[in-house]
Design a binder for this molecule. Structure first.
Ligand code: RIB
Ligand code: CA
Length: 315
């Protein structure tokens, strides 16, 4: 019998929060069929994000997952990285072994294009967790794939929370605003997990203890990752713990009822240096610009962390 699991490609720049999102997906085979993981330059350079993606697959005991390296810099700008948040390796916190599993030889963009053309139209969801460079490059290289994509569920942007890398921009969008502009204008069904919701998904001490108390290599590693990752947000926002940005994407695909949002128009600032990378979300419907994205504003945080602990406890 055909699997009921949703076919996804995770596009990622690990990143501790990316790691938790990937672990959640790999721990949920009844819900998600991970066709491949495509790495992109973002939190740290591409040579590290593709290595980190493989480290995470092996931590999950899934060394058979195909991992591809994609674009090593934004479409038309210099790469901006975030070692100040994620550490120099991008996965600071736990001491994890170098990967033994191979990196696939095919470029990630070509894997995305070939997979979308090979799978039945409308059955593959893209899950970008970093800058949108791979996604936009694939759309530019093969415009025919846009109509074949079931949905894009991405982490990026902000409205009420405004910026985390500049006063007005969230990191994933800021790194490659042109790629985000192409993606948001593609006409594809998009669900956005902005800082507005991810800043409500905070790893408090009790929630982190629940990961550590799993007593498994994956559970302990997640606790060590968030212990490291929380420094930036605690110092900047005085928050109660690390915001688990990227796992909101994979949790949404497993339990969408945990999340609420609005279908609104979202446009990307690509011209102004002052507000470059801002996601201008018409949350209050004050323009006649057509809605093009479901912009998530809230979640059931206790339900989210219960799902995370239960699923990561399986690994
Ligand atoms: O702004 C948060 C986003 O930027 C997350 O995806 C994090 O991993 C970084 O890529
Ligand atoms: Ca990320």
């Amino acid at each position: 019998m055909a699997s009921l699991a949703r076919k996804i490609i995770i596009d990622t720049d690990p990143g501790q929060d990316d790691a938790v999102a990937i672990l959640l997906a790999l721990a949920s085979p009844e819900d998600l069929d991970v066709l491949g993981i495509t790495a992109v330059a973002g939190n740290v350079p591409l040579d590290l994000t593709q290595k980190n993606a493989r480290i995470i697959c092996e931590l999950a005991g899934k060394a058979d997952v195909k991992v591809f390296a994609g674009c090593d810099r934004p479409l038309g700008r210099d790469l901006v990285t975030a070692e100040h948040v994620h550490g120099k390796t991008g996965l600071d916190g736990p001491d994890l072994p170098d990967p033994k599993m191979p990196l696939q030889g095919q470029h990630a963009v070509d894997f995305i294009i070939d997979t979308l053309r090979a799978e039945r139209s409308g059955t593959v969801t893209l899950c970008p967790l970093g800058p949108l460079t791979n996604i936009a490059t694939a759309l530019q290289k093969a415009p025919d794939i846009a109509q074949r994509i079931q949905q894009i569920v991405l982490m990026g942007g902000a409205y009420f929370e405004v910026g985390n890398i500049t006063p007005t921009a969230e990191f994933n969008i800021y790194v490659d605003p042109e790629a985000a502009d192409i993606t948001f204008k593609s006409g594809i069904d998009i669900v956005v997990m902005p800082l507005d919701v991810t800043h409500k998904a905070l790893v408090t001490r009790a929630r982190n203890d629940a990961f550590r108390d799993l007593g498994t290599p994956a559970g302990i590693a997640v606790a060590q990752m968030t212990d490291f990752f929380e420094r930036f947000d605690k110092e900047k926002y005085g928050s109660a713990g690390a915001p688990l940005h990227d796992p909101c994407v994979t949790a949404y695909l497993i339990k969408p009822e945990l999340f609420t949002g609005r279908h609104v128009n979202v446009e990307i600032e690509t011209q102004s240096e002052l507000t470059l990378g801002m996601t201008v979300a018409d949350w209050w419907g004050v323009t006649d610009r057509a809605p093009n994205a479901t912009f998530i504003g809230d979640l059931d945080a206790d339900g989210f962390f219960a799902l995370l602990a239960e699923r990561i406890g399986r690994l």
